[in-house]
Design a protein around this ligand. Structure first.
Ligand code: SAM
Length: 275
């Protein structure tokens, strides 16, 4: 029996449902109940919330979210083997866990449910984590359907998400995340906490929507950041040449000899709006 919910320990679940971790699905499972509980609590309050979890796997974090009182958890899982294991968790918590057997990349969060507040909590598969985050940030309407994103990433990706201008991790991801959200790293999770252990340390990142992001078309912001950071060692007059180069920079009052990583988000927005 497990201490948090009376369901079998995760190691037994993994053995019973033959959940040998698959690298292709980014399967590094968390089996430590103290840790999954700590992650779930970062998204509190949960008792009035609908939590969307991407990649529940054998259900460690899912069970922690339910034990911490989440009103409703919608768990999106691509691996049919895990879906079978999760059905036992759903039966144990009638009406509180909905399993969506799908590729999360094809799920529109806003259309998934009308329940609000909606919070996303996930130990993301490393191979699609960044794309999912970009999809959630780049939603056409703002504020977004979600109230917070509490997500596990590889430490290096987490540093890029929260990076400030002038730092080595600052790039396209930091500009897009910083434009629409406030993002911070909450804590690190060591490799040994996972089964099997990944190659690098992970971090929990939390993002909340900015009420009034600077007005700009996302497509223009993406074009400018892609061009500027595509050649990050070059001066902007060179890297932004296809978009107007010195004329564009002069028009925005930005010194053409500067490099991408020195620009603030406000300056990127100015460039994008001038395109
Ligand atoms: N949440 C579990 C935990 O913390 O132990 C498992 C996390 S594991 C890092 C990632 C999970 O995402 C796996 O269960 C994997 O099958 C699932 N997954 C991978 N790609 C996915 C996708 N495109 N859509 C939904 N789930 C996916």
């Amino acid at each position: 029996m497990s201490a948090i919910d009376g369901l079998p320990p995760l190691r037994e679940v993994i053995a019973a449902y033959d959940l040998a971790p698959k690298k292709s699905l980014g399967q590094n499972f968390l089996l430590d109940l103290n840790l999954t509980g700590r992650i779930a609590r970062q998204a509190m309050p949960l008792d009035d919330a609908c939590v969307v979890e991407v990649g529940p796997g054998p259900g460690g974090l899912t069970r922690a979210l339910l034990a911490e009182g989440a009103k409703h958890v919608i768990a999106i899982e691509k691996d049919p083997r895990c879906v079978a294991a999760l059905e036992a968790v759903a039966a144990h918590h009638p009406g509180r866990l909905t399993i969506v057997p799908a590729d999360a990349l094809s799920v529109d969060l806003a259309a998934l449910t009308d329940e609000r507040p909606l919070k996303v909590v996930a130990n993301l598969p490393y191979n699609v984590g960044t794309q999912l985050l970009l999809d959630w940030i780049a939603t056409p309407t703002w504020p977004p359907a979600w109230e917070s994103l509490t997500l596990m990433f590889q430490r290096e990706v987490a540093e890029r998400i929260v990076a400030a201008p002038g730092t080595s991790h600052y790039g396209r991801l930091g500009v897009l995340a910083g434009w629409r959200t406030r993002a911070r790293i909450l804590f690190d999770v060591s490799r040994e906490a996972f089964t099997p252990p990944p190659k690098v340390t992970s971090s929990i990142v939390q993002l909340t929507p900015r009420a009034e992001p600077l007005p700009v078309a996302l497509s223009a912001l993406e074009r400018v950041t892609a061009a500027a950071f595509g050649q990050r060692r070059k001066m902007l007059r060179q890297s932004l040449k296809p978009l107007g180069g010195e004329a564009l920079l002069d028009g925005c009052g930005i010194e053409p000899t500067r490099r991408a990583e020195t620009l603030t988000i406000e300056e990127f927005v100015r460039l994008a709006n001038a395109l």
